[in-house]
Ligand binder design. Structure first.
Ligand code: DSN
Length: 475
């Protein structure tokens, strides 16, 4: 029996993935081996519990699969404990919060608008609804985005009165060197001392520079908080030695498995030696938080695919891949800068680039840029920038990265090509601006897209993109 409709939709998506260049920094192409695991008979099994301690029978093979995934993760990241069952990153993060905190206790995390993640305590996430969340930002922002006004109102008032500091301005390159660090550790320390969080998140989704985990560790140790790294974006870089590992500095690490790590959609939670020293029961607490706390049976097909991805990530080719991702991102960043764009941090040290269009275009142009670039065959996403002048719905930046293009085998020359196409498209949209009247924005953007669809330069650039990607098959 064939489901023609779904097969047709999958074929359409495959064509889209082949004919464009994927630049969303959290996406990648999983290998055929990984995808084969996902469609294997392992999807038929129920195995609530953990290896050798299952609720259902018939789990001998599944036990071996899960133990293999655990052992590979432990070896690759150098940790004594790992849980490979979280369905994806958000449940993994919630499980960690559940393991470490009682409802109502305090956590600290980087605000989503400042490049953090929803599950690091945003007010609409379970991590911000059921727990007291204090959010920090980057330098030059007000630095505190509070969910709990009572706890930190005095601090917030004080910080919002601080003058802007042009010497630490983000996105205003004065020379070719990178801004060393966009976090203000003194402010984060001050906040931590005032709010006494039980845990602190360190991890980003829209931050282009390396993370200096040792600085966070000092703060967390000073206030006796658990330090939890969410390395979802950079796990593949860490595995390949292209980014420092959080493992020596933090107590717990979470990661998704489908971003730079190039596995299936899924996640893992690891406890480090430092974590076990702080609390020898940590692994038991985490296991219980995942199952039965939050989830039922693990997805065994996904576990097998994670095991395969970990095997791939331990091979020498993966090291080369991870370093090429960063090399490509640096070349692309340089190309964008020479085309007149302003980059947050003045460049990149990772897989990710955050373009602050508010410096070269009208504010709120992220959505226009995303849509015009998509028509030229480049897929990336609109994103807020530090000190976002408009709103998360009409942000002033775009976020892009090189993991997927690098998987296809693209190198320096191709990055220069992508940079040129981006500059041409972004120059074309300079005359446009977001209507002040919020009611008119939807219609205006629709007509903008229709206009861009007919634009001869965009059509020509799209043809150039298609001609390039033919040379780079997807797995
Ligand atoms: N949605 C992911 C990203 O794109 O960064 C984070 O979960």
């Amino acid at each position: 029996m064939k489901d023609k409709k779904i097969l047709e939709l999958i074929a359409q998506e495959e064509k889209r993935q082949k004919q464009g260049i994927e630049l969303i920094p959290s996406e990648n192409y999983a290998s055929t081996a990984v995808r084969n695991c996902l469609s294997s008979v392992l999807t038929n099994k129920y195995s609530e519990g953990y290896p050798k301690k299952r609720y259902y029978g018939g789990n001998d093979v599944v036990d071996d699969v899960e133990i293999l995934a655990q052992e590979r993760a432990k070896k690759l990241f150098g940790v004594p404990f790992v849980n490979v069952q979280p369905y994806s990153g958000s449940p993994a993060n919630l499980a960690v919060v559940m393991a470490l905190l009682k409802p109502g206790e305090t956590l600290m995390g980087q605000a989503l608008v400042a490049g953090g993640h929803l599950t690091h305590g945003h007010k609409v996430s379970a991590t911000g609804i059921f727990f007291k969340s204090v959010q920090y930002g980057l330098k030059k922002t007000t630095n505190v985005i509070a969910n709990d006004s009572e706890v930190i109102s005095s601090h917030l008032k004080q910080l919002t009165r601080l003058p802007r500091r042009p010497d630490t301005a983000v996105g205003t390159p004065r020379n070719d060197s990178l801004v060393a660090d966009l976090f203000d550790y003194n402010e984060i320390r001050k906040l931590a001392k005032e709010c006494r969080p039980k845990m602190i998140w360190v991890g980003t989704t829209a931050y282009p520079l390396q993370l200096h985990y040792e600085k966070w560790a000092k703060i967390a140790d000073e206030v006796d908080a658990y330090l939890v790294a969410d390395m979802a974006h950079i796990a593949g870089l860490v595995a390949g030695g292209a980014h420092p590992s959080p493992v020596p500095h933090v107590h717990v690490v979470t990661t998704t498995t489908h971003k730079t790590l190039r596995g299936p959609r899924g996640a893992m939670i690891m406890v480090t030696d430092k974590g076990l020293k702080k609390n020898p029961e940590l692994f038991d607490k985490i296991n219980k938080a995942v199952f039965p706390g939050l989830q039922g049976g693990p997805h065994d097909n996904q576990t097998a695919a994670i095991a395969t991805a970990l095997y791939e990530a331990s091979q020498p080719e993966f090291k080369k891949y991870a370093h090429q991702i960063v090399k490509n991102a640096k070349i692309l960043a340089a190309e964008l800068k020479s085309g007149g764009l302003t980059l947050v941090g003045n460049g990149t040290e990772t897989h990710l680039i955050l373009v602050d269009l508010s410096k070269s275009h009208e504010p709120g142009m992220g959505v226009f840029a995303e849509k015009a670039l998509d028509l030229a065959g480049l897929t990336l996403n609109k994103n807020t920038v530090p000190d976002e002048p408009v709103s998360p719905f009409y942000p002033s930046g775009i976020r892009l990265g090189t993991p997927a293009a690098t998987t296809r085998g693209m190198k320096e020359k191709d990055m220069k090509f992508i940079g040129r196409v981006m500059i041409e498209v972004l120059n074309l949209i300079k005359p446009y601006s977001l209507p002040q009247d919020k009611e008119k924005r939807g219609e205006y953007i629709k007509s903008f897209v229709n206009e861009m669809k007919e634009n001869k330069s965009i059509k020509k650039l799209h043809t150039e993109v298609i001609n390039l990607v033919i040379k780079f098959p997807i797995p």
